[in-house]
Design a binder for this molecule. Structure first.
Ligand SMILES: Cc1cc2nc3c(=O)[nH]c(=O)nc-3n(C[C@H](O)[C@H](O)[C@H](O)COP(=O)(O)OP(=O)(O)OC[C@H]3O[C@@H](n4cnc5c(N)ncnc54)[C@H](O)[C@@H]3O)c2cc1C
Length: 422
């Protein structure tokens, strides 16, 4: 908005539904500004580093910990902000309701029931659709980046091409959907486009070995795994083994609230030895559970299960791509003219394992930084080169080369789960 740059947004499916962001359940990190709360930029940074197994990039951690809450305020909370009115849950006193999630040292997660991503992406797409400088193009699959003399000047789609004199931003998500067990929604989503496009164009990638497995995906015969949010454990859910015993303290002193990779390994090891593992929050009050987790309860009810009375069978499932296209703190990749943000990017924030609810925040913070970098014209030389290429080259012949990239990946999914899983 403040830089007046015309922007075309291309995406493979239909928005807002066909993306991981829509399905985010638990929430987005904010901050408890009460000095008594124990929350601060420093404590968030320490939590991110601890969860990331000491492999995080300290500059990225510092940026998100310090700038993050301000960006949430500016973009999602302020009445004058572009996406204001996201209806975050509040307490009986009308304050923002902040909840605890695993491996966080303070309650600092903003949420809307268990459908936070849905509410945020709906609000964002509605606001962006009304903006005169933003054009949406759905059902458009990007197949390659157009690179001339080491500068990204546009991209190819299945149907044609788009050129850009102000940079191309890849925010096309991660690759966890290529595993047999995945929490990521189906469709042309999280299948590795970002890394494939960037690699073919010569941009660097990093940390691709760090795939995060979420420990608690509901597993039912004949169905894709369904995420049971981290917030359930934040609200007291217990991991039980096939004998009904709580076992989380046997693998980590923080039990259910240990970092995700540790809980995933704990669940995986227990189920490999002794069979099915369950999540149990039936000790919490029924009406409260139904209000706090309405989507999960609806999903369970359709399958004859109930949060308030049943042990829920779970399995770890591929959830998040910690690595991706290497970027600096402005979202610039190693290829001039190409930016990356969100799960597509590897800013180094997550190290070996992502802290719960950092992902939506990272997208917000780095997405805004990309806009700042473009808007301030810091890569003016690159933009001018792209403009000169676009003016002199005839790109129309590209539009005639049509290819079909859609194919079944079932075999690859099975192989990945067996050979490259937990
Ligand atoms: C079930 C679930 C729950 C989660 N809960 C939380 C949570 O509570 N808090 C949190 O912080 N994070 C959560 N996450 C993680 C978070 O949702 C994602 O990491 C984040 O939303 C990624 O956003 P993104 O914009 O980078 O990518 P996405 O939201 O995945 O968007 C990528 C888009 O790119 C499109 N695309 C991909 N390839 C192409 C191509 N070749 N051409 C055109 N378009 C393409 C996709 O179709 C999609 O629309 C959750 C993830 C899942 C799966």
């Amino acid at each position: 908005e403040c830089y007046k740059i015309p922007t075309t947004v291309l995406f493979a499916g239909k928005l807002p539904i066909d993306c991981n962001s829509y399905w985010a359940q638990g929430g987005i990190i904010y901050r408890n500004f009460d000095p008594e709360s124990g929350d601060s930029a420093g404590s968030l940074a320490a939590d991110i580093h601890r969860a990331g197994a000491g492999l995080c990039n300290d500059s990225a951690v510092g940026k998100v910990s310090v700038e993050g809450p301000d960006r949430v305020k500016q973009l999602l909370l302020d009445k004058t902000g572009p996406f204001a009115d996201v209806p975050f849950d509040t307490t009986d006193e009308g304050e923002l309701s902040l909840c605890l999630e695993a491996s966080h040292s303070a309650p600092r997660i903003l949420h809307i029931g268990d459908y936070t991503g849905q509410a945020i992406t709906k609000r964002m797409t509605e606001a962006a659709a009304q903006h005169p400088l933003i054009t949406f193009q759905d059902s458009t699959v990007v197949t390659d980046l157009l690179v001339r003399d080491g500068v990204c000047v546009g991209l190819r789609t299945l149907e044609g091409f788009e050129l850009s004199t102000k940079g191309v931003v890849l925010c096309s998500g991660g690759l966890s959907g290529i595993f047999e067990h995945s929490t990521n929604p189906p469709g042309f989503n999280a299948l590795g486009s970002s890394v494939a496009l960037a690699t073919r164009a010569g941009a660097e990638t990093n940390d691709l070995e760090f795939i995060q497995f979420h420990p608690t995906a509901l597993t039912l015969e004949g169905e894709a795994p369904f995420l049971l949010t981290e917030a359930l454990r934040g609200e007291g859910a217990i991991l039980r083994n096939s004998s009904g015993d709580a076992f989380a303290k046997s693998f980590h002193e923080a039990g259910e609230l240990a970092p995700r990779d540790i809980v995933s390994r704990g669940v995986f090891n227990e189920s490999s030895k002794n069979g099915q593992v369950y999540l149990d929050i039936s000790h919490r009050e029924k009406e409260w559970l139904y209000k706090r987790f309405p989507n999960i309860q609806a999903h369970l009810r359709d399958r004859g299960l109930d949060l308030a009375s049943d042990l829920l069978p779970i399995t770890p499932a591929a959830h998040y791509t910690c690595g991706g296209i290497t970027t600096d703190l402005d979202g610039c990749t190693s290829l001039p003219g190409l930016y990356a943000a969100g799960e597509a990017a590897c800013t180094g924030l997550h190290g070996g394992n992502r802290l719960a609810s950092t992902s939506l925040l990272e997208g917000l913070v780095f997405g805004a930084s990309v806009a700042d970098h473009c808007g301030r014209g810091e890569a003016q030389g690159v933009y001018e080169f792209a403009k000169s290429v676009i003016e002199r080259e005839d790109f129309d012949m590209i539009a005639n080369r049509k290819e079909d990239y859609r194919s079944s990946n079932e075999e690859a999914r099975l192989l990945l789960m067996k050979g490259k899983g937990i």
